[in-house]
Design a protein around this ligand. Structure first.
Ligand SMILES: *Cc1c(COP(=O)(O)O)cnc(C)c1O
Length: 228
């Protein structure tokens, strides 16, 4: 199956999930997760109309970004060390994986050099899994208000990487929980916080995520094939 066909099929499955749940497909954007995949495949996806690409590893991203000349937008979705933020400066349109205030301060410092604002999502560890990144729910509200106080960041929503479960239906409660948390934050009307984005759902569970309110789905394998 070609990358173009894969993308078309995913977009039609997203649209069908929107119809099932009474949503407007225009609310959902596909993030093509291109980690470990070569620039040539990114170009192929871009030629098929794909606009947003997600990367996880700073060094790999920097090397590849220079080789992709298509008019695309990069999102950083992987775990991020503060000392590497400088390599992303000005190159990404959104960071999905903000999970601690010290990291927010460094992003603020780097985007301050550009005198620009960066859209960020707060990553939540819903399963309370020790092995996963993300702030726990108890710390989320405080993180949201502290980050909102930084002038070069815009808090745009939440992201989660729920436990991997064979049956996507079993992931549904996690997606629902993330949406509830974002509604709860919006109700608190924290100045500078606008929970408009929900980044959730991957290759095997994105339809359930869309039914539960995802606005950004992060799909890798179903577009580019298995990673080696
Ligand atoms: C790799 C990755 C994805 C994509 O996973 P697939 O199962 O290949 O679709 C999505 N989100 C994050 C944070 C990832 O690291």
């Amino acid at each position: 199956m070609s990358i173009q066909t894969n993308i078309e099929q995913i977009l039609s499955r997203i649209a069908a999930a929107c119809v099932r749940s009474g949503r407007d497909p225009a609310e959902v954007r596909l993030v093509a997760v291109s980690k470990t995949k070569p620039a040539a495949m990114i170009h192929e996806a871009a030629a098929a109309g794909q606009r947003i690409f997600g990367e996880n590893y700073v060094q790999e991203f920097v090397d590849k970004a220079d080789r992709v000349t298509d008019p695309i937008e990069w999102h950083f979705i992987g775990s991020l060390q503060s000392n590497k933020v400088k390599y992303l400066r000005g190159k990404v349109a959104m960071i999905h994986s903000l999970d601690r205030f010290s990291l927010a301060e460094e992003i603020n410092r780097q985007w301050g050099i550009l005198d620009q604002k960066l859209d960020v999502l707060l990553e939540v560890n819903l399963g309370e899994e020790d092995s996963k990144a993300g702030t726990d729910e108890a710390a989320l509200f405080q993180l949201a208000s502290r980050v909102a106080g930084l002038p070069h960041l815009r808090v745009r929503g939440l992201m989660a990487l729920p436990p991997w479960l064979d049956d996507p239906e079993e992931v549904r409660p996690y997606f629902r929980r993330l949406r509830e948390l974002s509604e709860e934050i919006n109700r608190r009307q924290i100045p500078g916080v606008d929970m408009r984005e929900l980044s959730m759902g991957m290759s095997h569970d994105f339809e359930v995520a869309v039914e539960e309110g995802a606005t950004l789905v992060r799909v890798g394998t179903a577009i580019f094939g298995e990673r080696g």
